[in-house]
Design a protein. Structure first.
Length: 116
């Protein structure tokens, strides 16, 4: 079975940084996508970033940086954190190259709280 474990959340002051990790296991094919999503209190879950599970590259997307170690661990670095970034952050996985809310496998989230 595919399993995902997100970690690295915590309480941080505005302007700080966090690095979240998503450890994935159970993949039986090469073409998996892993996505990061977040859900703030009272808001809908939204996508943050996406990468192939065996991708070793680093992608910079504004304050967010996604990278992978090529061995089923994906990282999300968030810089210049804002109170609006407060949310539960989830990682999810599915076959194929796209990330969206219909992804099949979801891990338990990790809480990120940004204080002003």
């Amino acid at each position: 079975d595919v399993q995902l474990q997100a970690s690295g959340g915590g309480l941080v002051q505005a302007g700080g940084s966090l690095r979240l990790s998503c450890a994935a296991s159970g993949f039986t094919f090469d073409a998996w996508a892993i996505g990061w999503f977040r859900q703030a209190p009272g808001k809908e879950r939204e996508g943050v970033s996406c990468i192939g599970h065996n991708d070793r590259n680093t992608y910079y997307e504004g304050r967010f940086t996604i990278s992978g170690d090529g061995k089923n661990t994906v990282y999300l670095q968030i810089n210049s954190l804002e109170p609006e970034d407060t949310a539960v952050y989830f990682c999810a996985a599915d076959l194929g190259g796209e990330c969206d809310l219909t992804m099949k496998y979801w891990g338990k989230g990790t809480q990120v709280t940004v204080s002003s």
